[in-house]
Write a protein that binds this ligand. Structure first.
Ligand code: SF4
Length: 441
């Protein structure tokens, strides 16, 4: 069966899902590669300069399916942050997909008749466009570091991604979440000599935002995040460390962006402090719902906080922030990872649906990231093919239907929902919601 046959069979099995979401799910779960000619832009014959596209920033994890050293130079340094699909044999509406590099993927981007196209094996599937380099990506801080490294943009310009602490104090295979390559990614990027600041000082964040704000960019939100802090970092605990950044940004740029913070699940008093600092949206990510799998998948979180307490804190946080503004993430697909995950798609979906139902009944709308089986992670090495496409498509149906049943709006802070509108690039969950389900963002 060709990859195109696989995709078309999935369209037929899931007629209520937009075709855009089916292709996006498959690209996110299995990755893509780029022909050399796809990434090298030549100047125009009339002397117009080559257009530069926005390169992959490695904004927190590698989100690649091979190590850096397994990539050719062109892909390592010039792969785009995201691609936009459109047209082709299925007449796709514009669909933004985060780039996950995998030279072995059946999907590749290659030039064709002066444009770029996405191919499945040798069959053209959609036209591809790359986002132009935002003007501020050429700017530097006074010490020469690129502003783009301090505050890269994702989601086609919608979101500034501020990873202020690039490692996690859950360290090693016994503590790190088993799907997470934050620490290995950091080591790889330093080895590659990519500019990559381990702890970004507040002054650098403010200086970068100053330049971005002055450049008049279209960013509408920022995510402030980093690894967990189990002891202290620069003399501060996790609550003090992250809250201080939010306060500094919101004091300097009050309400300029929707402020979103991803950290561990904190006790109620700490959550109040974060809100008082100026955060509008809180993401205490629970990663996986299943009570048996949680300790295996997130051993550090299990040991330091525990699943039941983590969930209790999410519900408590909803009283502080308002339920719509508490948006815990889970990593879609890790519940099917060997050696201990579910082996049947429907069993995995039943478990995750229970979690969705639990939170949505309380007005809390989780969201998810499509699992990227990164090498050098316990689960990525054991499951290089990730979770089956069928799982991801059943999850999209389940998520959409559960949201509707609870009469909830799509989570705020993700831009517009709906095929042709969604910009959230690491999962197709926003692509499957109806445009009329739009809340104010
Ligand atoms: S808490 Fe888990 S998912 Fe978060 S950065 Fe640490 S290891 Fe990764």
């Amino acid at each position: 069966m060709s990859q195109r046959d696989i995709v078309e069979a999935a369209f037929a099995r899931h007629p209520t899902l937009p075709r855009e979401a089916v292709i996006k799910a498959d690209l996110l779960r299995g990755g893509v590669s780029f022909d050399q000619g796809a990434l090298v832009r030549v100047p125009g014959e009339d002397g117009t300069p080559a257009r530069e596209h926005q390169p992959k920033s490695y904004f927190i994890f590698s989100f690649d399916m091979v190590r850096q050293q397994q990539l050719d130079e062109t892909q390592r340094w010039h792969a785009p942050e995201e691609i936009a699909l459109s047209g082709g044999p299925y007449g796709l509406r514009r669909t933004i997909v985060s780039t996950r590099l995998n030279p072995a993927s059946p999907y590749r981007v290659a030039p064709r008749d002066g444009a770029l196209w996405l191919y499945a094996d040798d069959q053209p599937l959609a036209e591809v466009s790359l986002r132009d380099l935002p003007p501020y990506y050429r700017a530097q801080l006074p010490d020469g570091r690129p502003v783009a490294e301090i505050a890269p943009t994702i989601e086609w310009g919608y979101l500034l991604y501020l990873t202020i602490f690039r490692v996690c104090q859950y360290y090693g295979a016994k503590e790190e979440c088993q799907f997470c390559d934050i620490n290995n990614n950091y080591r790889q990027q330093i080895e590659q000599k990519r500019p990559y600041t381990g702890v970004k000082p507040i002054a650098d964040i403010l200086a970068a935002l100053e330049i971005i704000n002055a450049s008049g960019g279209e960013s509408q939100a920022y995510t402030l995040t980093g690894g967990s802090i189990t002891s202290t970092l620069r003399g501060k605990n996790e609550v003090e460390f992250y809250s201080e950044y939010v306060e500094a940004i919101e004091t300097r740029f009050p309400g300029r962006w929707i402020s979103k913070v991803v950290t561990q699940a904190w006790p109620r008093e700490d959550v109040k402090r974060l809100k008082a600092a100026g955060a509008r949206i809180y993401h205490p990510n629970y990663e996986i719902w299943d009570p048996e799998l949680f300790p295996k998948v997130s051993p550090g979180k299990h040991r330091y906080i525990g699943r039941d307490e983590w969930i209790r804190r999410i519900v408590d946080a909803a009283e502080v922030f308002g339920p719509a503004n508490v948006i815990p993430n889970f990593v879609a697909g890790v519940e099917m990872a060997r050696p201990y995950g579910y082996t049947e798609v429907e069993d995995a979906i039943r478990s995750t649906a229970e979690g969705l139902d639990y939170f949505m009944a309380r007005g809390i709308t989780p969201r998810f990231t499509t699992w990227c089986p990164e090498p050098m992670t316990v689960l990525g090495d054991a499951n290089p093919e990730g979770a089956p496409l069928e799982y991801h498509l059943r999850l999209l149906e389940t998520y959409r239907d559960t949201l509707r049943r609870h009469r909830l709006a799509p989570p705020p802070g993700y831009g517009a929902p709906g095929p042709g509108h969604a910009v959230f690039s690491v999962s197709p969950f926003m692509d499957v919601l109806e445009p009329e389900e739009v809340p104010a963002t």
